[in-house]
Design a protein around this ligand. Structure first.
Ligand SMILES: [Zn+2]
Length: 176
């Protein structure tokens, strides 16, 4: 990916960054270039965005205040097709469909469900909006504590999966 995208990825959860790189590689094979247009966004930056179109000039761009977006925890990125050196925000661009498909294939949650097509997040067992537990973790140990919680659950899921496989093999053997 280009240097600007890589700089943004360097501030997000490493597991998310790795998947976005894989996504970009896959899309590149299909002649689609993407740029990471947003990664980690501080709470103050989020509050400033929220004010836009409400208490400040401009149009409304977000419904999330500081702490309410996964960007504030480095667990979300926004991407866009990158044509001739500029991000193409026109959602009629044919590349968007593939971008969403490939991102989803990489295990990322796409923002299309809430009409935020450029947005992808990786949040483990946590829902689309950060919970109170996430805010508490952040207060205790900043983004690293949040990343640990997201990844911890992935490990827990793997262990549960292995147990289920073991139980089915065990049942199968006993059924013989
Ligand atoms: Zn986003």
């Amino acid at each position: 990916m280009d240097a600007t995208s890589e700089e943004r990825l360097s501030h997000v959860m490493p597991e998310l960054a790795a998947r976005v790189r894989k996504m970009a590689d896959q899309l590149a094979e299909e002649s689609i270039t993407i740029r990471v247009t947003q990664g980690l966004r501080t709470w103050a930056e989020q509050d400033a965005l929220y004010a836009q179109g409400r208490t400040e000039a401009g149009r409304v761009v977000t419904n999330a205040k500081g702490g309410e977006s996964w960007h504030n925890y480095g667990a979300a990125v926004d991407v866009a097709p990158f044509d001739e050196g500029i991000p193409d925000w026109n959602l009629s661009h044919p590349a968007w469909k593939r971008i969403v498909e490939v991102g989803t294939l990489m295990g990322l949650v796409s923002g299309t469900a809430w009409k935020d097509t450029p947005h992808f997040e990786l949040t483990g067992r946590f829902p689309a909006t950060p919970t109170h537990e996430i805010k508490q973790l952040h207060a205790q140990g900043e983004v690293q504590a949040v990343w640990n919680a997201i990844n911890d659950v992935r490990l827990a899921g793997l262990i549960l999966g292995l147990k289920l496989i073991y139980i089915s093999i065990d049942n199968y053997i006993h059924a013989l």
